[in-house]
Design a protein around this ligand. Structure first.
Ligand code: G6P
Length: 471
């Protein structure tokens, strides 16, 4: 029976080491949380890195443990973690693709590690994939993999999806390895992006750098044609709705509400990342407290920052900046009985997240750049029977769909502070009407719909190519 082999740098389960040995927990980030709950259907397998470097004995334990959950680990050495993961993936591609080119470094050793680790993934997939299996490669850490697989398996059905923005040609042209990266992606039969904007940027780069022309999203690459299209990713709406209604979530919510004395809650949840606009958001909240003193002691910013990539310099600096800003705002405005910001630097289990989503009246999703941003959709899915307002950055992919949010420019601090005030005073009728419209959308275009659409499109484009080849 044919199945889908999902390949991404990070597995949906991460392994950590403690005094008691290895522990296994869900990974953070849009890709893992988005696909993590549904990939097991139809015998599928997920190939990826478990997030830690291990010795031989631990390797056996991790392999065994993950096998029962249909995961096949690819282990990275310390050097590969430094040069491939922290280096090329997160100090070159991540900043470039998110328009932070000033943070990007160009290092030949990092590039060589990137090629070598993509080859490592290629071997792992080839050991597993039968001729009828569909191979679905995900994200910027594995841009070279589609072409590497194609070279060995010319007939395989290979899909690629990019979970982050694809930037304008002006950013791509700066990369010394731009041609190899684009050729790598073009090894796929179908390339998917979250928005049409990203897709257009990709087609423009392909035409200007490689000279390949396209029509209706179909790129001619020698004798092959590659289909490029937009597939805005959804979430497992049913799961979030169910957890939000669970007894556990309600109990957590009550505990939090009692502790916060029923203050109005503005919620912010992100991985630690300079793309997320966390510092800008804090400055806007400070401005809200200055401009509208009536919210002092009546509103609280509940801010969760999930630790991420903390060995990368820019992330360390950002952590310090956030700590400092929170300290300054809290020490300036706090009273004996009120803290303006409740700041958590850790991850939360899903039942506690659901409680936070339930109790928040306003969610701030205000990234500088974000491929999609699934937190926005999780907030909406969790708001089953309560109103609430989403403030959403125009530079998150989700803004293309969620037009009933208050859409803002995240660099405009005044606009963001005004949006917070507007959200806090928005009449309940209006909240329910906007939230209802977004809920319908998140329910309909859920993760199942997304997977089905992508896989059907891949099957269709493959069949079309085969028919063309035989006529
Ligand atoms: C984003 C990326 C994912 C990545 C996640 C977490 O959502 O698109 O590919 O897995 O961030 O980042 P990390 O570096 O911890 O895997």
């Amino acid at each position: 029976m044919s199945r889908t082999i999902i390949v991404s740098n990070r597995l949906p389960t991460k392994v950590q080491r403690s005094d008691e040995g290895l522990s296994f927990s869900p990974s953070e980030g849009g890709l893992a949380t988005g696909l993590g709950s549904i990939y097991r259907a139809d015998n599928n397998v997920w190939v990826g890195w478990p997030g830690i470097s291990v010795d031989e004995e631990e390797e056996r334990e991790v392999r065994e443990q993950l096998r029962t959950d249909s995961m096949r680990p690819v282990f990275l050495t310390e050097t590969e973690i430094r040069d491939f993961y922290e280096g090329f993936s997160n100090e070159t591609l991540w900043p470039t693709f998110h328009y932070f080119a000033q943070y990007a470094i160009y290092d030949q050793t990092h590039w060589e590690a990137y090629v070598a680790v993509n080859e490592k993934f290629c071997q792992a997939v080839l050991e597993l994939a039968g001729p009828d299996d569909t191979i679905w490669v995900h994200d910027y850490q594995l841009l070279l993999l589609p072409q590497m697989l194609r070279a060995v398996r010319p007939k395989s059905s290979i899909g690629f999806f990019l979970h982050i923005p694809f930037p304008s040609y002006e950013l791509i042209r700066v990369l010394p390895w731009r041609r190899q990266l684009l050729e790598g992606m073009l090894g796929a039969d179908l390339i998917g992006f979250h928005t049409y904007g990203y897709m257009r940027h990709f087609l423009s780069s392909v035409s200007q750098l490689l000279g390949y022309q396209s029509q209706n999203g179909l790129v001619e690459v020698g004798t092959r044609s590659v289909l490029v299209d937009a597939f805005p990713m959804g979430i497992d709406q049913a799961k979030y709705a169910e957890v939000a209604q669970s007894e556990q979530a309600r109990i957590h919510e009550q505990t939090y509400r009692d502790a916060l004395r029923n203050e109005r809650i503005i919620l912010s949840i992100d991985r630690l990342d300079y793309t997320k606009g966390i510092a800008q958001r804090l400055r806007a909240y400070e401005l809200l407290l200055q401009t509208y003193p009536e919210w002092r002691e009546r509103a609280t910013l509940l801010m969760v920052v999930v630790p991420s990539r903390d060995q990368v310099e820019q992330y360390k600096e950002l952590k310090e900046e956030i700590d400092e800003l929170v300290g300054r705002i809290n020490s300036t405005y706090r009273t004996i009985s009120w803290n303006p910001i409740q700041y958590f630097y850790r991850s939360f289990p899903i039942e506690e997240l659901a409680a936070l989503y339930r109790m928040a009246e306003v969610a701030l999703v205000t990234p500088m750049r974000d491929g999609m941003n699934l937190v926005a959709k999780e907030f909406i899915a969790s708001k089953i029977d309560t109103p609430g307002v989403l403030i959403l950055s125009e530079r998150a992919g989700a803004a293309r769909e969620l037009s009933d949010a208050i859409i803002i420019n995240p660099t405009d601090t005044n606009q963001l502070a005004e949006a917070m005030h507007e959200a806090l005073v928005m009449p309940e009728d209006e909240q329910r009407q906007r939230m209802g419209a977004m809920q319908a959308l998140v329910k309909k275009y859920n993760i199942h719909h997304w997977v089905e659409l992508f896989i059907n499109r891949l099957t269709y484009s493959k069949l079309k190519q085969e028919t063309l080849a035989t006529t």
